[in-house]
Ligand binder design. Structure first.
Ligand SMILES: Cc1ncc(COP(=O)(O)O)c(C=O)c1O
Length: 390
């Protein structure tokens, strides 16, 4: 099956009991046992069956199977948020007294988690430029348990070569974990390129409608049992209803992503040709430093663009305050075009100096291009830019 078919059919069958084409929503916290011995056997793992939704739920499990199938992994767990997925994945591979290596530009919430939460459980993070093989290798020591990258990265759209990073990780017998939120499995499948685990904020393109918060972790079999345990014990689980909404959203992933990508490329080209724009960051623009690698590992450029307006932060602020169709809000991957200022919003875990070091300039604006009519999006940006000029 091709990916367009997999997102519709993958991991799903008509309900064996009723024939319902759309999977039933098992909105329950617990499951009744046939008798006391049956309950005991389920807890001991001597018999398969449902116990309690934190341990497993038919709607959530269906989504987990579908995500493992779409990403080409062996096992998946679904979480209440992308941050929950990230934390449980880190704890299922790294241990107290070890360290992980992360690229220095990642989602601000992930950066905050690595700097503030992982040290509490005894895990340190070394932040490096993972596009520099020498710098990456030099950071690996005997206590390094994994390499973490985001590609394209939030918000600078930095592209990291997944294959190359996986080669370096495996040379040192450690796994590579990739945050695939910006691309989705429709545009990029890191496990096929050598990664060992993939995480997602399913809040974004997987859910696709801006109506839920969720996370996904897909792993190879060697990490499955550890991830399953962390998920049960930590309890950052998704609600069955949100899992059901993601199953619904996934059916249209391919058509939505096609439209996001088509619109984003046109907006990126429009911005690049505009005299009031200093610089545009979009992986499928030839001017992007990661263009060649992006073309190799992604099927299309995605829906997110970064740009700097001439006049820096003040000009960017005026633009964000002047848009009418685009909505001034964080998050991405929604049907609506969303605009925001990472340095003061999503990436406020980075200090001003850290922002500069990772290429996040004060005037950098992030645009998550929606699926509206392209002329309406461009007209809105044009009218906002005319206001700055005036
Ligand atoms: C790349 C990336 N990873 C992870 C997250 C965290 O996801 P969530 O907000 O669902 O916890 C985000 C959120 O914006 C993100 O952009």
């Amino acid at each position: 099956m091709k990916i367009e078919t997999k997102v519709v059919h993958g991991g799903q069958h008509p309900d064996p009991v009723t024939g319902s084409l759309i999977p039933p929503l098992y909105q329950t916290s617990t499951f009744a046992f046939k008798d006391a011995d049956h309950g005991a056997r389920l807890f001991k793992g001597e018999e398969k069956g449902y116990i309690y939704t934190r341990f497993g739920n038919p709607t959530v499990n269906l989504l987990a199977e579908k995500m493992a199938h779409l990403e080409g992994g062996d096992y998946a767990e679904i979480f209440a948020s992308g941050c929950g997925a990230l934390f449980c994945t880190m704890l299922s591979i790294a241990k107290s007294g070890s360290n992980i290596i992360s690229d220095k530009i990642i989602y601000g919430g992930s950066y905050g988690q690595f700097k503030q939460e992982l040290p509490i459980v005894g895990i340190d993070t070394k932040f490096v430029d993972t596009t520099n093989p020498k710098e990456l290798e030099a950071a690996i020591d005997k206590n390094t348990k994994l390499i973490f990258i985001e590609t394209p990265a939030n918000p600078t759209l930095k592209i990291v070569d997944i294959k190359k990073c996986a080669e370096i990780a495996h040379k040192h017998k450690i796994p590579l974990v990739v945050d695939n939120t910006f691309a989705s499995p429709y545009l990029q499948r890191p496990i096929e390129l050598g990664a060992d685990a993939v995480i997602h904020s399913a809040t974004k393109y997987l859910g696709g409608h801006g109506d839920l918060i969720a996370g996904v972790s897909v792993v190879k079999k060697e990490f499955a049992e550890s991830l399953r345990k962390r998920s049960r014990n930590i309890g950052a689980n998704i609600s069955p209803f949100n899992a059901w909404l993601i199953l619904r959203g996934l059916k249209t992933l391919a058509v939505r992503m096609d439209r996001h990508c088509e619109n984003a490329l046109k907006v990126a080209e429009f911005l690049e040709s505009h005299p009031m724009i200093e610089k545009v960051y979009y992986p499928f623009l030839k001017s992007h430093t990661g263009y060649e690698i992006a073309r190799k590992q992604m099927n299309n450029g995605g829906g997110v663009i970064g740009f700097e307006v001439k006049g820096g932060r003040e000009a960017g602020k005026m633009l964000m305050n002047s848009v009418k169709l685009c909505i001034l809000a964080v998050s991405l991957g929604d049907p609506d075009t969303l605009i925001q200022h990472p340095a003061s919003m999503t990436h406020s875990a980075y200090s001003e100096e850290e922002c500069i070091k990772v290429g996040l300039t004060p005037g950098f604006v992030r645009l998550s291009v929606g699926i509206e009519n392209i002329e309406d999006i461009i007209d809105d940006l044009k009218q906002a830019m005319n206001k700055i000029k005036a």
